[in-house]
Design a protein around this ligand. Structure first.
Ligand SMILES: [Zn+2]
Length: 277
């Protein structure tokens, strides 16, 4: 199964904020999203990355404009989701499945682009979004204006899928396509309902661990950032156990990919990449 990741935008952060013992220098972080080609489901997106809807759209709320002004992400035009799909000969209407790992704007701002897609997302987190006021949602990093109006009708619930047992240090999860090719694994800590994707069938098993950490070094060198990174976490106490699980997976030979780590990976899109395989 072909899996690629693209970089929708760059965001700059001071290293000490995202790495324990980090310096004052700033790090240019990626904002990845994934695209894989399932033999039956066709092209599947893993999040949408940042899109203009979050950062430049005319109709944005005051709070969303403020968010953009504070974080100042730079959109990466060449690897935005629409041109990347086009490289593979696809239009947004060809996408039937978008996996939404969590509801932060840098992961889901482009959902409205995909009129024919079902959204694989945490129903429990969605229920909490609905129960909160817009202001409360913003405190959880969720901008409800970025959800398509019919989001709920198009929600595809991981909890309704077959469960797969834990493997090694990786906990059990939902078998999204019924064939073991992509397993949704809960990754508590960073955001309400965050889950990652475990591609267990690859030669070297891959766990896309989204935003468990910003930098791989926080896992590989045991440098989980403390305050103030813990302040913006949904469940700060869960970050370390989730990170420890990933360390166990790495130690057993698995590969962990994060959304924001700046270092290129073998899955990152090459400039010339065109074909679906
Ligand atoms: Zn996030």
């Amino acid at each position: 199964m072909k899996i690629v990741f693209a970089n929708s935008a760059w965001v700059t952060a001071a290293e000490w904020l995202i790495l324990r013992g980090g310096s004052w220098r700033s790090v240019r972080l990626r904002v990845r999203y994934g695209l894989f080609f399932h033999p039956l489901a066709g092209p599947v997106l893993v999040d949408t990355g940042y899109t203009p809807e979050a950062l430049t759209g005319e109709g944005r709320s005051r709070m969303l404009r403020l968010y953009g002004a504070l974080l100042r992400p730079e959109l990466n035009a060449a690897e935005q989701v629409l041109p990347v799909l086009k490289r593979f000969g696809l239009s947004p209407d060809d996408v039937r499945t978008v996996i939404v790992t969590h509801f932060h704007a840098d992961h889901m701002s482009g959902l409205s682009l995909f009129r024919n897609a079902r959204f694989v997302a945490s129903e429990a987190a969605w229920a909490r979004v609905k129960a909160r006021t817009p202001r409360q949602n913003i405190r959880h990093g969720v901008f409800t204006e970025l959800f398509p109006a019919d989001f709920e009708a198009r929600l595809d619930r991981p909890s309704a899928k077959r469960r797969i047992e834990a493997r090694g240090s990786v906990p059990g999860g939902a078998d999204l396509f019924g064939d073991g090719s992509a397993i949704a694994v809960d990754l508590p800590g960073h955001a309400d309902g965050q889950f990652g994707l475990f591609f267990a069938g690859l030669e070297r098993p891959l766990l896309y661990a989204v935003d468990v950490q910003w930098l791989l070094a926080a896992l590989t060198r045991d440098r989980t950032p403390g305050f103030p990174a813990t302040l913006i976490a949904e469940d700060a106490a869960a970050i370390e156990p989730t990170s420890a699980m990933l360390r166990g997976f790495l130690a057993a030979g698995g590969e962990v990919m994060l959304c924001h780590d700046p270092k290129p990976t073998a899955y990152d899109l090459k400039t010339s990449e065109r074909e679906a395989g």
